[in-house]
Design a protein around this ligand. Structure first.
Ligand code: NDP
Length: 294
């Protein structure tokens, strides 16, 4: 029987682990869960029938998944784990740092464990419906070993390159999210100060060439409603834009718009807050313009 483990039962990890638990229940496998704050693992076991694991028990897992805020958090977890099963595969679904991946892969290889960077997109909704997109960096053969498990929470699994490539693609994707979110917010602030109805303006933009996921989905549902439901933290988006900026520098690229956006996201997280929803970044634009985007 196959034993999986999931470490990090946050907004994303909780529903992703639940899909793995259902898969285990249907296939006679075991689904272990671990969380730093143990109460969340206990609640997961209660709600879904997973098995709350001690760090020692994680040595029984054939495939381990993690979904933590940053690569530094994974470093902490890896350093504290007493034992791992030789031949296991570690699948890190964190939106991590491309520089961390080869180092983490090498450290795990010394313990006989393969490593895949496998960050995800699709948000908490995609995690709940099992329709995430997984972007994988690492050896093809290791990916094939875990693909049926990824399929439990993924609509698409795309191998994008060698170790670290998954983290790289994720950081750039989220930098683009930050660009469209911020730029659309600026445009709406200008229109608001011009006295234009912003709902009507968004209807036009969404039928026109200025549209994006930010204009079509995020801003109408989260900003215009003033709800800002916290499913993806602004601090996490600032972190992702910062990783993209690190990549700009480490590759000696010229990408001034991405660099600018990282600075804006950090400003928004510092001023508005890091635990609020990422769409609350537009509250900084509102302050800058003495206008409400509604
Ligand atoms: P959350 O803040 O909801 O959850 C974070 C989880 O990580 C918690 O289980 C927390 O444990 C744990 N954790 C934090 N620090 C440590 C540590 N040092 N050691 C051990 N465990 C730790 O985050 P999300 O689920 O929203 O995000 C997780 C990752 O997924 C991030 O990299 C994010 O960028 C990415 N992501 C998020 C999306 C979203 O829509 N939310 C979408 C796509 C990717 P505890 O309960 O103890 O605090």
């Amino acid at each position: 029987t196959l034993t999986t483990a999931f470490l990090g039962l946050g907004a994303m990890g909780t529903p992703m682990a639940a899909h793995l638990t259902r898969h285990a229940q249907a296939n006679g496998g075991r689904s272990l869960v671990w969380n730093r704050t143990a109460a969340r693992a206990e609640a997961h076991a209660q709600a879904y029938g997973s098995e709350q694991a001690t760090p020692e028990l994680l040595a029984e897992a054939d495939v381990l998944f993690s979904c933590l805020p940053t690569s530094a958090d994974l470093d902490e977890v890896l350093a504290a784990l007493p034992a791992l099963k030789r031949g296991a595969v570690w699948v890190d679904c964190t939106s991590g740092h491309p520089d961390a991946a080869p180092r983490q892969a090498a450290a795990l290889a010394e313990r006989g464990v393969a490593f895949l960077d496998a960050p995800v997109s699709g948000g908490t909704g995609g995690a709940e419906s099992g329709q995430l997109t997984v972007m994988v960096g690492g050896p093809e053969a290791d990916l094939e070993r875990v693909r049926p498990l990824l399929d439990t929470f993924a609509g698409r699994v795309i191998r994008v390159g060698d170790t670290g490539a998954g983290f790289a693609v994720k950081a750039i994707n989220n930098a683009l999210l930050a660009v469209t979110l911020w730029a659309t917010g600026e445009g709406l602030a200008v229109l608001g100060r011009s006295g234009v109805n912003l709902g009507a303006a968004l209807d036009v933009i969404n039928a026109s060439s200025g549209r994006s996921n930010s204009s079509q989905n995020l801003i109408p549902a989260r900003v215009l409603t003033r709800e800002f439901p916290a499913t993806f933290g602004l601090g996490l988006l600032a972190k992702d834009a910062g990783i993209a900026l690190d990549m700009v520098n480490s590759t000696k690229s010229s990408a001034p718009m991405l660099a600018q956006t990282a600075g804006l996201m950090r400003a928004a997280a510092n001023i508005i807050g890091s635990d609020v929803d990422h769409t609350a970044a537009l509250q900084l634009i509102e302050q800058m313009n003495k206008v409400v985007i509604q």
